[in-house]
Design a protein. Structure first.
Length: 95
Protein backbone atom coordinates (compact mmCIF):
# COMPACT_ATOMS: atom_id res chain seq x y z
CA UNK A 1 0.00 0.00 0.00
CA UNK A 2 1.36 3.45 -0.96
CA UNK A 3 2.47 5.82 1.79
CA UNK A 4 2.88 9.57 1.85
CA UNK A 5 5.67 11.15 3.84
CA UNK A 6 5.26 14.78 4.91
CA UNK A 7 8.68 16.36 5.32
CA UNK A 8 8.73 19.74 7.06
CA UNK A 9 11.61 22.21 7.27
CA UNK A 10 12.21 25.81 8.27
CA UNK A 11 15.23 27.76 7.03
CA UNK A 12 16.48 31.30 7.51
CA UNK A 13 16.56 33.49 4.38
CA UNK A 14 20.36 33.67 4.39
CA UNK A 15 20.60 29.86 4.19
CA UNK A 16 17.82 29.26 1.65
CA UNK A 17 20.15 29.03 -1.35
CA UNK A 18 22.44 26.50 0.33
CA UNK A 19 19.43 24.43 1.42
CA UNK A 20 18.06 24.50 -2.13
CA UNK A 21 21.30 23.00 -3.45
CA UNK A 22 21.26 20.21 -0.87
CA UNK A 23 17.60 19.43 -1.56
CA UNK A 24 18.29 19.18 -5.30
CA UNK A 25 21.00 16.61 -4.60
CA UNK A 26 18.66 14.71 -2.31
CA UNK A 27 15.87 14.70 -4.88
CA UNK A 28 18.25 13.48 -7.61
CA UNK A 29 19.17 10.51 -5.42
CA UNK A 30 15.53 9.83 -4.59
CA UNK A 31 14.46 9.57 -8.24
CA UNK A 32 16.39 6.34 -8.73
CA UNK A 33 15.22 4.63 -5.53
CA UNK A 34 13.10 1.49 -5.56
CA UNK A 35 9.53 2.29 -4.61
CA UNK A 36 9.70 6.05 -5.08
CA UNK A 37 6.59 7.34 -6.85
CA UNK A 38 6.60 11.14 -6.66
CA UNK A 39 7.38 14.25 -4.67
CA UNK A 40 5.82 17.70 -4.41
CA UNK A 41 7.30 20.72 -2.66
CA UNK A 42 5.22 23.47 -1.06
CA UNK A 43 6.11 26.72 0.69
CA UNK A 44 3.94 28.38 3.32
CA UNK A 45 2.46 31.67 2.23
CA UNK A 46 2.04 32.95 5.77
CA UNK A 47 5.43 31.92 7.17
CA UNK A 48 8.57 32.59 5.10
CA UNK A 49 11.18 29.88 5.10
CA UNK A 50 8.79 27.05 5.94
CA UNK A 51 8.44 24.27 3.39
CA UNK A 52 6.80 20.89 3.14
CA UNK A 53 7.52 18.04 0.77
CA UNK A 54 4.96 15.32 0.16
CA UNK A 55 6.89 12.25 -0.92
CA UNK A 56 4.95 9.20 -2.16
CA UNK A 57 6.37 5.68 -1.89
CA UNK A 58 5.00 2.28 -2.86
CA UNK A 59 5.46 0.98 0.69
CA UNK A 60 6.71 1.95 4.12
CA UNK A 61 9.50 -0.58 3.64
CA UNK A 62 10.71 1.28 0.53
CA UNK A 63 10.71 4.54 2.50
CA UNK A 64 12.59 2.99 5.42
CA UNK A 65 15.16 1.47 3.08
CA UNK A 66 15.71 4.94 1.61
CA UNK A 67 16.19 6.45 5.08
CA UNK A 68 19.03 3.99 5.71
CA UNK A 69 20.89 4.85 2.49
CA UNK A 70 24.39 6.17 3.28
CA UNK A 71 24.24 9.01 0.73
CA UNK A 72 20.85 10.12 2.04
CA UNK A 73 22.03 10.06 5.65
CA UNK A 74 25.04 12.24 4.77
CA UNK A 75 22.91 14.79 2.92
CA UNK A 76 20.24 14.78 5.62
CA UNK A 77 22.88 15.51 8.28
CA UNK A 78 24.07 18.49 6.23
CA UNK A 79 20.49 19.72 5.87
CA UNK A 80 19.74 19.40 9.58
CA UNK A 81 22.99 21.13 10.51
CA UNK A 82 22.08 24.00 8.19
CA UNK A 83 18.58 24.25 9.66
CA UNK A 84 19.83 24.01 13.23
CA UNK A 85 17.14 21.43 14.01
CA UNK A 86 16.05 18.02 12.78
CA UNK A 87 13.79 17.73 9.76
CA UNK A 88 10.30 16.66 10.80
CA UNK A 89 8.62 13.63 9.22
CA UNK A 90 5.03 12.39 9.31
CA UNK A 91 4.04 9.12 7.65
CA UNK A 92 0.53 8.49 6.29
CA UNK A 93 -1.23 5.74 4.38
CA UNK A 94 -4.61 5.66 2.64
CA UNK A 95 -7.41 4.78 5.03
Amino acid sequence: MAVKILIKRKVADKQARELDGLLKKLRALTLSRKGYISGETFTRLDEPGVSMVISTWQSIDDWREWTLCKERIELQEQIDNLLGEPTKYEIFENA
